[in-house]
Ligand binder design. Structure first.
Ligand SMILES: Nc1nc2c(ncn2[C@@H]2O[C@H](COP(=O)(O)OP(=O)(O)OP(=O)(O)O)[C@@H](O)[C@H]2O)c(=O)[nH]1
Ligand SMILES: [Mg+2]
Ligand SMILES: [Zn+2]
Length: 333
């Protein structure tokens, strides 16, 4: 069979191992893309053992995640066995939701959403579900603290008054973010987005029902992803996408569709560092009296002064305080 021959050929090229990228994880199966094919791989027990040894120090939940580069060997039954997981260039993570992530002493563990990403697209909708700047600011901190380029997409422009959409857009374009206003019913708005997505690996994330999968279908119709209704009673999506999947579209373009996120607490951000991930804060931070200022109660805080004089909007400052409050005192995660 051509399929098997090709794999054998590849094995030889890499001295027994094939290089690939994790595209989807379902229970114990890791789906790895190599040479445009998807191979179902397993992860040998030794990874779990090594991982358990480290667990106390790392507080992390995931051994391999979507976007991880791995190498693997082919088995006789055409599945693969992962041999190595490469170090990550970057990754997006959050505190695992409380139920799942409570550690032995009640800490919340780190849950990694995806690794090795070129661009993050935070998808919001102008309405239905309603625009939530507080939530967007949390996702921005996740992208900024991972040092990944952040873009904001405001979808469902067809449903909202033009002035509302412009107002939302201005909040983020004034800060220097690329803001895309889209509707899946306005093809030119999707075309603009496509230009930036081509040739990169992009993560799409945001609340459920905002249109992540719909936009991806608009960008690349061959994806044909499942999309869902926004529940009329709660005005929220119903989690149509249930697992993160990286889709290859063309030779060099990869998009990661993720399930809607309900809560997002950034992981690994210290109180005194949070301000750095609010794009407009750093130009004032050096003028704070204390170099570990958290811009909350400290005297001589230049950030608070910038809020008072309107240089930093009170909305963004409220988002900042809202996240600051959720960072546990004295802990590094
Ligand atoms: N009017 C309008 N409806 C849209 C637009 N984009 C998406 N929708 C609708 O919004 C609903 C939710 O879309 P999805 O693409 O499933 O949303 P999602 O963000 O992928 O949701 P999850 O997978 O649950 O996280 C569907 O009924 C879509 O048809 C848009 O631009 N305009
Ligand atoms: Mg979806
Ligand atoms: Zn300060």
């Amino acid at each position: 069979m051509y399929y098997r021959k090709n794999i054998l050929f590849l094995s030889c090229t890499f001295g027994g191992f094939i290089e690939g990228v994790v595209t989807k994880i379902e229970s114990k199966d890791y789906y790895v893309r190599a040479d445009k094919k998807i191979i179902r791989c397993n992860l040998p027990g030794r990874f779990q053992k090594e991982f358990n040894l480290k667990k106390d120090k790392l507080y992390t939940l995931d051994i391999a995640v979507v976007g991880d580069k791995v190498n693997f060997e082919m088995n006789k039954d055409n599945t693969g066995t992962i041999n190595n997981i490469a170090g990550r260039v970057n990754y997006i993570s959050r505190k695992a939701p409380r139920m799942k992530g409570a550690g032995e002493r009640g800490e919340r563990l780190e849950q990694t959403l995806a690794a090795n990403i070129d661009e993050v697209y935070i998808i919001a909708s102008a309405i239905n579900p309603s625009f939530n700047n507080r939530f967007i600011d949390r996702l921005i901190v996740a992208g900024e603290s991972a040092y990944i380029n952040v873009n904001v997409v405001i979808n469902k422009m067809d449903l909202a008054p033009e002035e509302d959409v412009q107002y939302f857009k201005n909040i983020y374009s004034k800060l220097g973010y690329n803001v895309y206003i889209t509707s899946i019913y306005r093809s030119e708005s999707i075309d603009r987005l496509r230009n930036n997505v081509i040739g990169k690996k992009s993560l799409f994330f945001g609340q459920s029902g905002v249109g992540k999968s719909s936009i991806l279908n608009g960008l690349f119709p061959t994806l044909d992803l499942k999309t869902g209704d926004v529940s009329l009673s709660t005005n929220k999506g119903k989690h149509t996408t249930v697992t993160s999947i990286m889709h290859g579209v063309g030779d060099n373009t990869f998009v990661i569709d993720t399930p809607g996120i309900r809560e997002f607490d950034p992981y690994g951000v210290k109180k005194e560092d949070l301000g750095r991930y609010f794009k407009e804060f750093p130009e004032y931070i050096n003028d704070c009296k204390f170099n570990n200022c958290t811009h909350f109660h400290e005297p001589g805080c230049a950030v608070r002064k910038a809020v008072e004089t309107g240089k930093i909007t009170s909305e963004r400052y409220k988002s900042y305080l809202n996240i600051l409050e959720t960072i546990e005192e004295g802990l590094f995660f």
